[in-house]
Ligand binder design. Structure first.
Ligand code: CAO
Length: 415
């Protein structure tokens, strides 16, 4: 049985952050009704298109399991239908620029008046404060949330990461807020306002870097390789390259074929408990007991040279061989997997984390399925809707409008 069956989501989201949130709710069985502007729809339908006139992968991969209704919420006839949707739904989700829904005439006070049980959930770039009115995209959130300043190499510029922690990360945070509010409603009987700011979401994911900021007041961050290299720390948490960030030193090392393959690398962790095993496989058994090498603290100032020696060994093996040799010895490591390799990994297909979806206009494509698995509520990934594909069905079956009323809304240009 689908876990969120019976929950209706009024989905006013667009681009990436909001749609990832409502897609998660849809995968768990909520009925997600995506409202899109007539003739236009979510801007991502047309962005980064790989096939002319067909919904982009950007759109299809973020809007599975939803129904699409077109509605102009700025027209009076559209507003009347929107009010019916608010009356009918359990949750309203949006990620418009700040104030957009208020400008349409739908403040939180007004929404509560229409339906006191509704949960009104929003993503914005920033929370209340100096930047609250700003429009925000992924990389702005990464930069303002602490990720960029702590990503990259110490002697290089700040870097953004490929993981969409600003958009998809905040979508996840919001989904958690929504189900929490739904749970609370079972006892309170009332809906509430749920907000997640992208800056806050990124900062939450960078929590350990704020930890390090405070540790700096009490001395150097010994697990950063810069400490071992004798390079003084500044006032703020620095970029740490590929340092592991935990108490166990790690680094990305070249593997066989690195000269031609940009992903022939492995992440290698010299976990203290298996130091002896590391020394054995790289042919340095003498390091096990050698003065200056025996304990993690003693090794800190030699960690770069140690990784150079390990790399001499990893360069003789491909990244999967490194994994096969190290895992039985309890040496944590991970091959750098490309998107091509991930898309071909059979175990991800078997668990439904990578799924092949069929779309009437684009044909078959790959997507990431629900990464969260519930034992009694499996997620079945269904293709994204075409623009307005379910308009008649939603106006008729969900809102109970008559054929004449639907015709009138259409001729007024409201749907
Ligand atoms: N009917 C009528 N009007 C509609 C409508 C509908 N169904 N759906 C949207 N609109 C209107 C909005 O009301 C808004 O009108 P006003 O500007 O007159 O208020 C207009 O369309 C455009 O909305 P927008 O300002 O949200 O869109 P944008 O492309 O200019 O900005 C974005 C996009 C993402 C920068 C902005 O929405 C934003 O900052 N959102 C919050 C943060 C966020 O989620 N960012 C991540 C996005 S993913 O990278």
């Amino acid at each position: 049985m689908e876990a969120l069956k019976g929950i209706k989501i009024l989905d006013m989201t667009h681009v990436q952050s909001g749609p990832t949130c409502t897609q998660l709710l849809a995968w768990f069985g909520a009925d997600v009704i995506k409202v899109e502007r007539p003739g236009v729809g979510d801007a991502t339908r047309g962005q980064l298109r790989d096939i002319p006139d067909v919904d982009s992968l950007y759109f299809t991969m973020l809007n599975h399991n939803k129904r699409s209704v077109t509605l102009n919420t700025k027209k009076d006839e559209g507003k009347a239908i929107f009010i019916k949707l608010i009356e009918t739904c359990d949750v309203l989700v949006e990620n418009f620029a700040p104030g957009a829904l208020d400008r349409m005439g739908f403040s939180w006070e007004r929404i509560q008046e229409i339906n006191p049980r509704i949960i009104y959930a929003s993503i914005k770039g920033f929370g209340p404060g100096p930047y609250e009115d700003c429009k925000v995209y992924e990389n702005v959130a990464q930069c303002t949330g602490g990720s960029a300043s702590t990503t990259g190499f110490r002697d290089g510029p700040p870097l953004v990461t490929g993981a969409q922690i600003g958009d998809s990360g905040t979508g996840l945070h919001l989904a958690f807020g929504i189900v929490t509010a739904l749970f609370h409603r079972t006892t309170s009987g009332k809906g509430q306002r749920v907000t997640a700011a992208m800056q806050d979401g990124v900062l939450n994911l960078c929590r350990v870097k704020l930890r390090d900021q405070q540790r700096l007041a009490h001395g150097p961050l010994n697990e950063y390789s810069q400490a071992g290299q004798g390079i003084p720390f500044g006032e703020a948490t620095p970029r740490a390259g590929n340092d592991s960030g935990g108490g166990q030193p790690g680094w990305i090392l070249k593997c066989k074929g690195w000269e031609n393959d940009p992903d022939a690398y492995v992440y290698f962790i010299t976990q203290a408990a298996v130091w002896g095993n590391v020394c054995d496989i790289i042919g340095k058994p003498e390091w096990k007991e050698a003065p200056g090498y025996a304990t993690p603290a003693e090794r800190l100032d030699k960690i770069s040279a140690i990784f150079d020696a390990i790399e001499e060994w990893t360069k003789t093996k491909d990244k999967f061989e490194v994994m096969e040799i190290c895992n039985p010895l309890n040496i944590p490591c991970g091959p750098i997997l490309s998107m091509k390799e991930l898309s071909e990994q059979q175990s991800l297909r078997d668990t439904g984390t990578i799924v092949e979806v069929d779309h009437p206009e684009r044909g078959k494509y790959l997507s990431v399925g629900n990464p969260v698995k519930l034992s009694d509520s499996p997620s079945d990934v269904k293709r994204s809707p075409l623009l307005g594909e379910h308009t008649d069905e939603i106006l008729g079956e969900v809102l109970g409008l008559s054929t004449e009323e639907i015709k009138a809304a259409k001729s007024a240009g409201a749907v």
